[in-house]
Design a protein around this ligand. Sequence first.
Ligand code: NAP
Ligand code: F7E
Length: 346
Amino acid sequence: MKKKNKTALIFGVTGQDGAYLSKFLLKKNYVVHGVKRRHSSINTYRIDDIYRDQFGKKKNFQLHYGDVTDSLSIHNIIKKVKPNEIYNLAAQSHVAVSFELPEYTTNADALGTLRILETIVKIDKNIKFYQAGSSEMFGKVVESPQNEKTPFYPRSPYGAAKLYSHWITINYREAYKLFACNGILFNHESPLRGETFVTKKIVSGLCRIKNGNQKKLYLGNLYAKRDWGHAEDYVEAMWKILQHNMADDFVISTGKQYSIKQFINMVAKQLSMKLKWKGAGINEKAYDENKNCVIECNIKYFRKSEVDTLQGDYSKAKKILKWKPKHNINSLIKDMVDHELNLLFK
Ligand code: NAP
Ligand code: F7E
């Protein structure tokens, strides 16, 4: 007898990871359902190509309107879709924005998770659940590199909300025996990264400057260090976490860290731009070959409380899930730069 295709439901399908995960699961022959928010403008640009690819074929990809701040929509969609696996990627995911919108961030990023877990308990306890946890929970790190046993110390409303989600996922696993798992994912980027995150801002800014479409790029703290991976690798880890024979939590990272300034220099190198840095602190600036100032710092991009350094230890995922990143920082930057230049030349 032919095996029935698995059904996955993705909250946050219109985001960077939602797009990569949809494509990954469709390749694995899943039927994929996604939840998108109601907007007055169209917000599906990252997944429009999936529709185009499916044109005229059997529809294995469907979207539903919903919101993780709205229990009823969550309940109705899960009841209708009857998924085998739920991936909760929905979040107000910008750390700086979470200081401006702490209550909304907590509603979506903390209570949203609780709402989905409660619905699973009510509708079908066999549904597997993946929670998109974050290295931001480590915040002001107490040890380096960070692993699954490292104590948490969030530094933002976003980090604190994700920490609630982390523990409520563990609590529902223990209390209701759910197959509920946390991925503790370090920063991951791609050509589909949101425009206001630092890597995408640097790549698109420098590509535009190189091409004469922009004069200057304004940034914040150049000395924060991050462990940057590629979203394509990280969605595979999400799936592997749910295929393991027991529910568990995993750090997903590359194990390497770079400062924002190092990232800028690597992007400039990829673009054959020679940058010269002068000054210090808020007055540190970068100049191009023609002595034009192309990068400046602006106080408005500094965080109220910063996460200075993050570096993940993914050895548990490597040992148990047989997962490791395929991309490194150079292939990530090349992918992002090539995409940006393609867009500019179009
Ligand atoms: P993203 O691009 O910002 O995508 C977030 C998604 O959540 C979007 O589809 C967004 O919809 C949706 N969303 C926001 N509020 C919602 C609400 N109230 N109800 C339903 N959907 C809502 O984020 P990402 O980079 O793909 O990250 C995916 C998840 O992983 C997020 O939970 C993020 O916090 C977490 N995470 C990300 C990273 C990273 O480095 N990328 C690392 C660790 C954890 P709209 O399109 O309508 O805005
Ligand atoms: O900032 C510094 C900033 O906004 C990285 C989210 O996906 O990853 C992401 O959170 C660093 C910070 O990412 C600018 O101060 C300097 O130290 O790209 P980001 P993030 O805050 O690390 C985690 C794992 C998540 O879970 C989140 O959802 O870069 N920085 N200048 C800047 N950051 C921004 N955004 N803009 C600047 O101009």
